[in-house]
Design a protein. Structure first.
Length: 348
C-alpha cells in the first residue's frame, strides 16, 4: 500500500501547472486582471481557387496578435515549485481535429466543402522561476508580452472535399469565420482552466463556376427548294459554345442552359428576314441529340456540381444541328432565311 501511495505522490508532483495573466506579478495581488488575455487574429483570407481536392495545403508562420494588458505578463504557480525554469508551450486546444465548412455563394445550394485544421508547435523560454518571499510564498515568472507575438507561430491547413455526408457549418463566401479551435498554452491540464488564448478568424473566398454565351452567328448550308420536304438535318459552319470560368478544383454549382424564342411558331424559329429577297415562311428547327428542341419547355445540363476542373471545358460545346422547316401557311420561295434564338444560362 505504501508503494502505491508513493507512486501517486510522485505522479502528482511531476505535473506542476500555472495560471498566466496579462499583467506583471505583484506580491499582494491575489486576483490579477485577465483583461487582455484573449487575443484575436486579423482576418486571414483562404483562397480556395488555389486549394487542392483531398490534399492539404498550409498558410504557414502566422504570428500571434496579443496587444492587451501590460507589456509584461506573468505566470503564477501558487505554492507549487516547478523548478528553476519553465517552458511555456503553445498548442491548439483541439489537438489537430478537423473542422468542416460548406461555403456558399448567393442563391447556391452546394458551393464548396472545405476541411480546416489548426497546427501550433512553439514554446517560449525557458523562463527563470522566482519565489515571491523566501521560498515560502508563490512561485512565478514574468515575461515580455512580445514573446508571444515574436516567438509563437501557427499554421492553417485546409483542403477541398466533396464529402456531403460530413456535417458542415454553412457559411457564405467572404464571411468572417472564427475557428472553433484556437491557440492556448500549457497553463493547466484542464480543458478550459486557462487564461491566455488566441482565436483565429478566417474568410473563405473563391471564384464561383460562371458561364456565359457570346452572340454567335452560324451559317447553315443552302438547300434546294425541292429538298425542304426531305427534312434533312444540317450542320453549321461554326460551333455554338458556352464559355465557363472554372477556377476551383471542381465545379461549385450545377449549370444548365435552355433555348428561348419570343416569337417561335411551335418549335420553329421563324424567318425574320424581311427584304424583298426573303424566302418567306420557312425557318429552322433546332436538333439536339437527334430530337427537335421543344422551345416552350427545354432545359439541358451543361456542368454538374463537383465536375473536376479539367473536365469542365469539354462540356461547353453545344451539339446542335438545324433543319429547314416551313411554318404558318407554309408559303416560301428561294431566298434568304434569318432566325434567332436566345440561350439562357441557369445555376443551381
Amino acid at each position: 500500500m505504501r508503494f502505491i501511495l508513493g507512486l501517486i505522490l510522485v505522479m502528482m508532483s511531476s505535473s506542476v501547472f500555472c495560471n498566466c495573466f496579462p499583467v506583471s506579478f505583484k506580491f499582494l495581488d491575489f486576483n490579477p486582471s485577465t483583461t487582455g488575455a484573449t487575443a484575436e487574429s486579423d482576418v486571414i483570407e483562404l483562397d480556395l481557387n488555389d486549394a487542392s481536392l483531398n490534399s492539404f495545403q498550409s498558410t504557414e508562420d502566422i504570428p500571434l496578435n496579443f496587444t492587451g494588458g501590460n507589456s509584461t505578463y506573468h505566470c503564477d504557480f501558487g505554492m507549487s515549485n516547478p523548478g528553476s525554469s519553465y517552458k511555456l508551450t503553445a498548442r491548439s486546444q483541439e489537438s489537430g481535429t478537423s473542422e468542416y465548412y460548406q461555403i456558399l455563394t448567393t442563391g447556391n445550394n452546394d458551393g464548396v466543402y472545405v476541411e480546416v485544421q489548426l497546427s501550433v508547435n512553439s514554446s517560449l523560454g525557458s523562463y527563470s522561476v522566482a519565489n515571491s518571499f523566501f521560498d515560502i510564498a508563490r512561485y512565478y515568472f514574468n515575461f515580455p508580452r512580445n514573446d508571444l507575438n515574436s516567438k509563437v507561430t501557427y499554421a492553417i491547413k485546409y483542403r477541398l472535399t466533396k464529402n456531403k455526408s460530413i456535417s458542415s457549418e454553412i457559411k457564405n463566401i467572404g464571411e468572417t469565420v472564427t475557428l472553433k479551435d484556437h491557440v492556448r498554452f500549457n497553463e493547466s491540464s484542464g480543458s478550459d482552466s486557462y487564461n491566455l488564448k488566441q482565436y483565429i478568424r478566417v474568410k473563405f473566398n473563391y471564384t464561383p463556376t460562371t458561364c456565359s454565351f457570346n452572340d454567335t452567328t452560324v451559317k447553315i448550308s443552302n438547300i434546294s427548294y425541292g429538298d425542304v420536304s426531305k427534312e434533312l438535318v444540317h450542320d453549321a459552319d461554326a460551333e455554338v459554345k458556352i464559355d465557363c470560368d472554372q477556377a476551383v478544383a471542381y465545379a461549385t454549382r450545377s449549370v444548365h442552359y435552355r433555348f428561348v424564342s419570343d416569337n417561335a411558331v411551335g418549335n420553329v424559329l421563324p424567318n425574320e428576314y424581311t427584304n424583298s429577297d426573303s424566302a418567306g415562311n420557312i425557318g429552322f428547327e433546332l436538333i439536339k441529340n437527334g430530337s427537335v428542341v421543344n422551345l416552350s419547355n427545354n432545359r439541358y445540363d451543361l456542368i454538374a456540381w463537383g465536375d473536376l476542373k479539367e473536365n469542365v471545358a469539354r462540356n461547353t460545346i453545344i451539339p446542335l444541328k438545324y433543319k429547314y422547316t416551313p411554318y404558318g401557311d407554309k408559303i416560301f420561295k428561294a431566298g434568304q432565311v434569318l432566325s434567332r434564338v436566345k440561350i439562357v444560362i441557369d445555376y443551381d
